[in-house]
Design a protein around this ligand. Structure first.
Ligand code: HCA
Ligand code: CU
Length: 390
C-alpha cells in the first residue's frame, strides 16, 4: 500500500481547463501554478501545447518558472504532439489513448494491435528525449482488461515511468478500482497513476482505493474542476488522507488550501460549495446543542479534521432552536459575560422560544444576553421586536 509514498499530479491547469467556465489568462495560470507549488504538489499537469498557440506559450512559461513541482504536459498518442511537447521544456509527458470499444469505434478507430504499436513508438521516442513519460488508457473502466493490460505491459517493457488508469466517465466503484490496480500492480514494474471522474460521486474514494492497491500517483484539480462535474478534488483527497493519518499530508502547506480553493473559485466564477471538504463554509460549524456541548469539551468528539491544521477555525452556531445552554453560555463568555447555570438555561429557553418564530441572527442572541446580564434582571422579558433588529 502506497499511502505513505504518493504524489499528486495536479491537473487544474489541464483537466481543470476543461471545466465549462474555465478560461485562464497566462498570469492567472502562473498564479495557480505558483500557489500549487507553494502548497507542495509534486507535479503540475498542463494543457497540451497542441491545443492552441497560447497553450504552447503558457506551457513553456510555466515549465520555465523554476518551480519545485515537476511540470508535465498532456498529449494524444502521436509523435507530432510529443515533439511539440518536448519543445516546451516540461519535465515529462502524459500520453493518453482511448482503449474502450466506444472510443476505438467512435473516436480514433484503432485496433488494440495498432494502439500497442503506436504506444511503443511514442513512448520510446519520448524516453529517448530524456524526460518522464506516462502512458494512460482513456476509459479504462469500460475497456477489456486483457486489452489494457496488453498495452500497459508493452510500454512497461520499454521502461515507461508510469501507466495511468483513467475512469473517464466516473463509473468505477472503490472495489473495482482496488481490484484493477492490484491486478495491474502484480503484472508491471512501472508506477501506477489513477485519474478518476466524479460523475457518480466516487472520485475521492476511488483515488484512495487506488492508493491502497498500490497506485502511487493521483490526479487532482482544485475544487475538482474538469469535464462535466470534474475529478478528484485536491482538498477532498487531502481530507481523506488526513482522516486516515494526518502525517500522510504533513508534506503539504495545508493552510494554503483555502487560498487555492478561493482563487480557483473566483477565477472560474463559482462559489466554494457549502459542503466542500475543509473549505466549505459549514465544514467546521457545529449546530445541535448536544454536538456543541461535546465539541466545547473536546472538539474531536465531532471533528475528524482539526480546523487549526488548515489555518481555519471552528464555529459553534448558537442562534437557533436546536441550541443548548452550554453553547449559549460559551457565547456569553466570548462577550465577557458570566452566566450561572440557571441563567444560561433560562436564556437558552428564551432563544429557543424566539427561534421557534423566526430565523435568529447571532446579533439577536448577543442582544438578549447583554440585556439580561448588563444590569437588567435576567427574568425580564426580552423585547422580541427590538431584539429582532432586522
Ligand atoms: C482527456 C481524458 C482524460 C485523460 C486522463 C489521463 C480522462 O480529457 O483527455 O490522461 O489519464 O478522463 O480520461 O482526462
Ligand atoms: Cu479526465
Amino acid at each position: 500500500m502506497s499511502l505513505e509514498n504518493f504524489s499528486v499530479i495536479e491537473s487544474t491547469l489541464r483537466e481543470g481547463e476543461q471545466f465549462v467556465n474555465a478560461f485562464f489568462t497566462t498570469d492567472q495560470k502562473i498564479r495557480i501554478a505558483q500557489l500549487l507549488d507553494q502548497f507542495g504538489v509534486e507535479y503540475l499537469e498542463l494543457t497540451s501545447p497542441y491545443a492552441s498557440e497560447s497553450s504552447f506559450q503558457d506551457c513553456c512559461t510555466i515549465a520555465n518558472l523554476g518551480l519545485k513541482a515537476k511540470t508535465l504536459t498532456h498529449t494524444r498518442c502521436h509523435i507530432e504532439d510529443a515533439k511539440r511537447a518536448i519543445d516546451t521544456g516540461v519535465d515529462g509527458i502524459d500520453v493518453v489513448i482511448g482503449t474502450s470499444s466506444y472510443l476505438r469505434e467512435f473516436s480514433h478507430g484503432k485496433s488494440i494491435d495498432a494502439i500497442v504499436e503506436i504506444a511503443q513508438e511514442v513512448v520510446s521516442w519520448i524516453k529517448s528525449q530524456g524526460v518522464e513519460v506516462r502512458f494512460s488508457t482513456e476509459d479504462s473502466l469500460r475497456s477489456a482488461r486483457e486489452d489494457i493490460f496488453r498495452v500497459y505491459e508493452a510500454v512497461d517493457a520499454l521502461g515507461v515511468n508510469r501507466v495511468g488508469i483513467a475512469d473517464t466517465v466516473g463509473i468505477g466503484t472503490p472495489r473495482q478500482i482496488y481490484d484493477l490496480v492490484a491486478d495491474l500492480r502484480s503484472r508491471i514494474s512501472a508506477d501506477i497513476e489513477f485519474h478518476g471522474h466524479n460523475d457518480s460521486g466516487c472520485a475521492i474514494a476511488n483515488a484512495y482505493a487506488a492508493l491502497e492497491a498500490g497506485a502511487t500517483h493521483i490526479d487532482t484539480s482544485v475544487l475538482g474542476i474538469g469535464e462535466r462535474n470534474g475529478i478528484t478534488p485536491l482538498g477532498g483527497l487531502v481530507a481523506r488522507l488526513y482522516a486516515t493519518d494526518s502525517v500522510l499530508v504533513e508534506k503539504y502547506d495545508l493552510p494554503l488550501l483555502k487560498e487555492l480553493d478561493s482563487l480557483v473559485a473566483e477565477l472560474v466564477g463559482i462559489d466554494i460549495p457549502f459542503n466542500n471538504y475543509i473549505t466549505g463554509f459549514s465544514a467546521f460549524t457545529h449546530k445541535a446543542g448536544i454536538h456543541a456541548k461535546a465539541v466545547l469539551n473536546n472538539p474531536s468528539t465531532y471533528e475528524a479534521l482539526k480546523p487549526e491544521d488548515f489555518g481555519l477555525t471552528r464555529y459553534i452556531h448558537v442562534a437557533h432552536r436546536l441550541t443548548g445552554w452550554n453553547a449559549v453560555r460559551n457565547r456569553a463568555e466570548q462577550l465577557g459575560l458570566e452566566l450561572t447555570d440557571d441563567q444560561a438555561k433560562m436564556l437558552t429557553e428564551k432563544v429557543k422560544e424566539m427561534a421557534d418564530d423566526r430565523v435568529l441572527t447571532l446579533d439577536d442572541v448577543d442582544t438578549l444576553l447583554r440585556r439580561n446580564l448588563g444590569g437588567e434582571s435576567a427574568d425580564s422579558e426580552p423585547e422580541l421586536e427590538a431584539v429582532a433588529g432586522d
